[in-house]
Design a protein around this ligand. Structure first.
Ligand SMILES: C[S@@+](CC[C@H](N)C(=O)[O-])C[C@H]1O[C@@H](n2cnc3c(N)ncnc32)[C@H](O)[C@@H]1O
Length: 271
């Protein structure tokens, strides 16, 4: 499969531009990885920190709260506006992970919460992170673990597979959405990072019911919704049926859901 990184990046940027208003379901889930990222990147008071793919800006906000001098960038102007409203004392600007608008050695730490899997050229992005880090500085990036462990996305993806739904035309091929620990380590080593390590963050995300979970994933993600909404009505109905069956496994005695979430946090140090 040939990857068209430009088309993929355009698709991602347009998708996230439209998501700023509806990115409410995933935000409290991704926020639970913030402490692990700041720890992995050894963020401290007075450090210069970049939050790349900042979205609503909560990772940058947490870095600033511990006294770091923080900036955030995101490819989607609507996300940058949202971050600036939520965290008015932090400078946020439009910018791509593949062309970071900062000089060489500008940061003690670069952190990114769930941005790696949205970048068309991950090798270029990591080379950029390396360029803007000072020697000894840390890069820490989170990513969704495999769907069989991370059920918050896995439930929809498995339901799509069980329904035999083909991938709709017009979705640009991109790099893999999920990477093994070995692939993450290889990616970081390939970009020249040392002391590379992958740690795992696991928890349960609560959801009041399956409708909230279904709508939440479809309204907060970019590449998963087309796999469902671009199918004919009967196929969509089969996907939803499968989703209901799979989600039922995670129902608690009070009728609400507790969905297993699994995240990889990869870090590496600029030599
Ligand atoms: C899943 S959201 C994560 C947002 C936030 N970091 C969080 O944890 O909630 C992915 C974010 O990455 C941004 N993004 C996607 N591709 C990017 C790129 N090439 N450069 C910078 N940001 C990018 C999107 O606009 C979106 O805000």
């Amino acid at each position: 499969m040939t990857i068209d990184a430009e088309a993929f990046n355009r698709f991602e940027a347009a998708g996230w531009e439209a998501r700023a208003a509806s990115y409410a379901f995933l935000q409290p889930i991704t926020n639970r990885v913030i402490a692990s990222l700041l720890g992995a990147a050894d963020v401290r008071r007075d450090h210069q920190v970049l939050d790349v793919g900042c979205g609503p800006g909560d990772l940058a906000g947490a870095a600033a709260a511990i006294g770091a001098d923080t900036v955030g960038i995101d490819v989607a102007p609507s996300m940058v506006r949202r971050a600036a409203i939520a965290h008015p004392s932090i400078p946020f600007r439009v910018g791509s992970f593949e062309a970071i608008p900062a000089g060489a050695g500008a940061f003690d730490a670069v952190v990114g919460n769930f941005v790696l899997n949205h970048v068309g050229r991950p090798g270029v992005a990591l080379a950029e992170a390396r360029r803007v880090l000072r020697p000894g500085g840390w890069l820490a990036l989170s990513s969704w673990d495999a769907p069989r462990r991370n059920r918050v996305l896995g439930l929809v993806l498995d339901a799509v597979a069980y329904a035999g739904a083909p991938s709709p035309a017009g979705l640009p091929a991109g790099p893999t959405n999920f990477r093994s620990d070995d692939e993450l380590r290889e990616l970081f080593h390939g970009a020249g990072f040392t002391d590379v390590g992958v740690s795992h963050v696991m928890f349960e995300a609560p959801a009041p019911d399956t409708e909230t979970l279904w709508r939440g994933v479809l309204d907060s993600a970019v590449r998963i919704p087309p796999l469902v909404v671009h199918q004919p009505a009967d196929v969509q109905a089969r996907i939803r049926e499968g989703f209901e069956r799979l989600a039922a496994v995670h129902r608690r005695s009070d009728g609400t859901l507790a969905i297993p979430v699994a995240v990889q946090v990869t870090r590496g140090r600029r030599p």
